[in-house]
Write a protein that binds this ligand. Structure first.
Ligand SMILES: C[S@@+](CC[C@H](N)C(=O)[O-])C[C@H]1O[C@@H](n2cnc3c(N)ncnc32)[C@H](O)[C@@H]1O
Length: 242
């Protein structure tokens, strides 16, 4: 997997580029029927704004991420119901005293960092083992079926707080896409490139099913619009054991 520390050069700007999305928060709250007293895992939590907001609404939250630069920022948000730690999507488990989570969220295109089917299976299987019997897994990533359909490999440029963030994909021969990013502004300039797997909706749904999940919802965004005509893909899945 080519993902470790891919975000080093973005850490300084990450919160400005990707602030808390209130719709993401409302989506989790809606899916859970309220957050107070619930146990939530934010898998690939990045700098932790969503994890913090979930904890502020009464949930016990465990956030983990593999990138030390992003995680250092999440650590600054910890306390008051939020614990964060280094963790890998493929091998994670909740802290011993956390109990069984009611929901695992994995948002913001973390899933494509799992570039092999066995890595995707490892993550889903870890989620199945960790979750409570009625537990849910909520995923948000880019809709790569849509990107293929519109033949657009360039994502919208983000300009905020003096930063300019540009990104585009390059299709590889091995089925992976190289993600090129360039950050400039505020007196600096940096770039990097790493491979991501452009998982299709069908591939994700099949992987969820073979790891014991039932897909309960599929949307084109946190606003619950139908999938297939917008950049985001949002999937909900449940263990359905209660
Ligand atoms: C695009 S960022 C999204 C961060 C955050 N969830 C958000 O919505 O802003 C992808 C995140 O996945 C993390 N990541 C990538 N591979 C990982 C792995 N194997 N285990 C844990 N985190 C990983 C990265 O470090 C990064 O924080």
């Amino acid at each position: 997997m080519a993902t470790q520390f891919s975000y080093h050069h973005l850490a300084v700007a990450y919160d400005a580029l990707f602030p808390l999305d209130p719709q993401a928060l409302a989506f989790v709250e809606g899916a859970m029927g309220g957050l107070s007293g619930r146990k939530v895992v934010d898998a690939g939590c990045g700098t932790g704004p969503l994890a913090r907001a979930l904890a502020d609404r009464g949930a016990s939250v465990f956030g983990f991420d593999i990138d030390p630069d992003l995680l250092a920022r999440a650590q600054e948000r910890a306390g008051g119901g939020l614990t964060v730690a280094t963790g890998d999507l493929r091998t994670w488990s909740p802290p011993r005293d956390f109990g069984k989570p009611d929901v695992v969220v994995c948002f913001g295109n973390s899933i494509p960092h799992l570039t092999k089917a066995q890595d995707l299976d490892a993550f889903f299987s870890r989620c199945r083992r960790a979750l409570s019997p009625a537990g849910n897994l909520l995923l948000q990533l880019l809709d790569y079926d849509y990107l293929r359909a519109i033949s657009n490999m360039t994502l919208p440029t983000i300009e905020v707080g003096g930063w300019r963030f540009q990104r585009y994909y390059e299709i590889g021969f091995d089925g992976l896409w190289t993600f090129h990013t360039e950050l400039s502004g505020n007196g600096g300039q940096s770039s990097n490139a790493f491979e991501l797997c452009p998982w299709s909706k069908d591939e994700l749904e099949r992987a969820l099913c073979r790891n014991g999940f039932v897909v309960t919802g599929c949307f084109g965004g946190f606003d619950l619009r139908p999938p297939g005509a917008s950049l985001p893909l949002v999937l909900g899945a449940s263990l359905g054991l209660e």
